[in-house]
Design a protein around this ligand. Sequence first.
Ligand code: GLU
Length: 462
Amino acid sequence: MKSRFAPSPTGYLHIGGARTALFAWAWAKKQKGQFVLRIEDTDRERSTQASVDAILDGMSWLGLAHDEGPFYQTQRFDRYKEIIQQLLDKDEAYYCECSKERLQILRDELTEKGEKAKYDGCCRGKKLDTGVVRFKNPLAGFVTFTDAVKGEISIGNKELDDLIIARSDGTPTYNLTVVVDDHDMDIDTVIRGDDHINNTPRQINLYEALDWDLPKFAHLPMILGSDGARLSKRHGAVSVMAYRDEGFLPEALLNYLVRLGWSHGDQEVFSLTEIVELFELKDINKAPASFNQEKLLWLNQEYIKSASIKHLLENLAWHLDHQSVDISTGPTIEAVVEHLQERSKTLVEMADGLKMFYQDFNEFDEKLAKKQFKDAKSIELLLVKLNALELNDWTAGNIKDQIKQVCDELGIGFGKIGQPFRLALSGNGNAGNIDIVAQLVGKERTLARLQMALDYIAQHSH
Ligand code: GLU
């Protein structure tokens, strides 16, 4: 059994494409079959290498590995030529020399009459030997097929015109190449976006003219933005790699994507293994799916919370590199990540939260500092007490005891010293459990930062 993902390299891998890829991948894996990646790059003007790379990067970041390919259609032109010739020889196709002007006039006339603009078959009987090549679509009857998602679909051949299968320079068009490839590559289930559903009857006619077996078709519902319009750049990031950049884990995005148009009861969280186990074409929804950024963020947080430290580190590496965080001096990264795991919705947040453990800063958040750095006495006392702790005793428990002692000796509540301490340590007040944070930040840095807070108070006290 084989399924495929067949993107055109005319942009990055977007959310819709990734969802198609995931469904096709899941179906192949479920059947213990093969997943084929095919790059449909016949449109030489719009296809770019950068975009091929972007697609491959996106697929590899998501972890959707192909078993065959990537195949490039531009490397298969000889095969398409052979098939086009076969169709010409069998009188299933013909050359057409109608000018652009004639076609335009024809279109205008039909549109004016309120009819569908289609080619009138003018060159069908002319036996020309140059021009574009058109497929002789049957003139009567119906094309009927059962889409695994949409159910039975039936289109009258009268609705379809003689499709161009080769341009005048001999290069093949999409509907021809897709049929030849899906046949040659033994694809038995074609899973793709429902923007292609109108092409399917034409493709079926081609299969029939070539005496080839039909694959199954499953057309996925479209993805809408929160405002009900088709998902586009306006709705925020649509490129898969932008989600990597924004700190999402690939498995969180995959989990989110699988629920865009597919469900299994009311379960929301699916591991990749579960997706493969549970995936069925019949459970794909007919109705369009709505993209919901909040839910994706929620899933991401769930995945961060339950991920292993090792896995988080693998995915964090890019962010640390990107934000130039040097973790060679400071606490062990594993300990810091474990501390941040509960508090981070994204890996970007985590990388941000991690900086205070490895980087010194030279100013405090102005607003918070004004409010919280008032009482030098308690900070001074804490500094003295912490300074007295031996390096070996620099543990969260001992640090907590020292804070308590400061509170007792000065008769103040925990917040009175806890808040300024947190700000002193973090610079921005953004830190978790204060004694653990201080332990991780280390004695030397903690003392220096408390001293910095004292300096701030001294400077602002007149
Ligand atoms: N290359 C087509 C696209 O990117 C997909 C064709 C197909 O899946 O049949 O829209």
